[in-house]
Design a protein around this ligand. Structure first.
Ligand SMILES: [Zn+2]
Length: 406
């Protein structure tokens, strides 16, 4: 029981700690184990060997390092769409005039920490240049944060020639991008109509593919979604205006669909005063967002009827939303009517697949990275358990353990 006394956020204060040595495996008993791929085991023991899962067996009465007999263990959660640097500045507003690069970096590090403590062990930021040093800092192993992937830049400019579009992609990759992010439509605050031409989308996707990179496409209008699918992109984000036809098309082409229903717009509305008056965060923009909630609800209910559609979990978390990422999963179940297991798979193994990391993260099985969390309750019967994170391990390192207090 001694390990339980380590308590909360030891890692943040003392640097990353690990109770086991390289020779000594960590064992974790799970009252319920959700493997991330649709499987459930009762009373399982996970053996962690260094940074990876060694094996998972039936839990007998043997002594374990962490006894979570009354908890549920899952793969670390994954969010495929955050803006990790997004924050409210010194005046509490989303614009941050006069902020120094050092201040900006520390806000981003705060967000990374908050996200990890909320049980998200991998996130994709789409994305800003500041993500790159943050990604490297976290990877060094001292700064607590999720595994971080980034697009570094976002392609928005519709005036680029096809050659310039390809140059943009090459520069992003050269500057460290894990993924390419493009806007094929306007913001929802401006109606969401298509912006980049079909040819520009195709040029971006083709160039990225040639360089072995995935493409994330912001698209609301049906025509923008179609451009993304025919362009060969990996994922369509948002899709608020799609119908059955686009859902079928994405399913047919194996394109991931990442809708936002439960956190993005709600967070903007909850923090309206902090955004209002900045760029397109005007009254008209907020009206679009207010109306967007019902639109997204209906769209999501439609989308889950398409059984072949790969609906993955990305929140588009901006300032104010970091650490609340699980709200999207919960909303999908409670309001969207998605089965809890599907929603959990969407945030674990399916998300890993959307990131091209399915052999590394997103499920609990021998050989996978030891990214796992424990929650108080069974999310299959009460999805809000995902907000009751009591244990976070990433790559075999324990970053959070409040099990003793339970
Ligand atoms: Zn976004």
């Amino acid at each position: 029981m001694r390990h339980f006394a380590l308590g909360l956020v030891v890692a943040a204060v003392l640097g990353v700690t690990n109770v086991a040595t390289a020779q000594q495996a960590i064992t974790i008993r799970a009252g319920t184990l959700i493997d991330g791929k649709g499987g459930v085991q009762r009373n399982a023991v996970v053996v962690v060997d260094g940074k990876r899962i060694g094996r998972i067996g039936a839990g007998e009465s043997d002594h374990v390092t962490y006894d979570f007999a009354r908890l549920t263990v899952l793969p670390g959660l994954i969010d495929t769409h955050v803006h990790v640097g997004g924050h409210f500045g010194k005046d509490g507003r989303a614009s941050t005039p006069g902020e120094t690069p050092a201040e900006e970096a520390l806000y981003a590090a705060e967000n990374a920490y908050t996200i990890l403590m909320a049980g998200f062990t991998t996130v994709q930021s789409v994305g800003a240049p500041i993500d790159v040093p943050l990604r490297e800092a976290i990877a060094r192993g001292r700064l607590p944060g999720p595994r971080l992937l980034t697009s570094v830049y976002q392609l928005i400019d519709t005036r680029l020639t096809l050659d310039e579009v390809r140059q943009f992609v090459r520069k992003a990759v050269a500057d460290g991008a894990d993924v390419i992010k493009i806007f094929a439509s306007k913001s929802i605050r401006e109606g969401g109509g298509q912006t980049l031409s079909d040819d520009q989308v195709l040029a971006a996707c083709s160039e990225a593919k040639a360089l072995g990179k995935r493409v994330w496409v912001h698209a609301h209008a049906p025509s923008a979604v179609r451009a993304a699918v025919f362009g060969g992109c990996t994922t369509v984000a948002h899709g608020s205006q799609i119908s059955d036809a686009e859902a079928d098309l994405m399913a047919e082409h194996g394109v991931f669909f990442e809708p936002q229903t439960g956190l993005l717009l709600q967070n903007y509305l909850e923090n309206k005063a902090r955004f209002l008056g900045i760029g397109n965060y005007n009254e008209a923009g907020f009206k679009f967002m207010e109306d967007g909630i019902a639109l997204n609800d209906a769209m999501f209910k439609m989308a889950i009827r398409h059984k072949g559609l790969k609906i993955n979990m990305g929140t588009d978390a901006v300032a104010g939303a970091h650490g609340q990422n699980a709200r999207e999963i919960i909303y999908r179940v409670q309001k969207g009517g998605q089965p809890a297991m599907d929603a959990i798979v969407g945030a674990t193994s399916l998300n890993a697949e959307a990131l091209g990391l399915q052999s590394e993260i997103g499920s609990l099985a021998p050989g996978m990275a030891a990214d796992l969390i424990a929650v108080d309750g069974d999310p299959l019967t009460d999805i809000t358990a995902l907000q009751r994170i009591v244990f976070v391990m990433k790559g075999g390192q324990v970053y959070r353990n409040t099990a003793a207090a339970k």
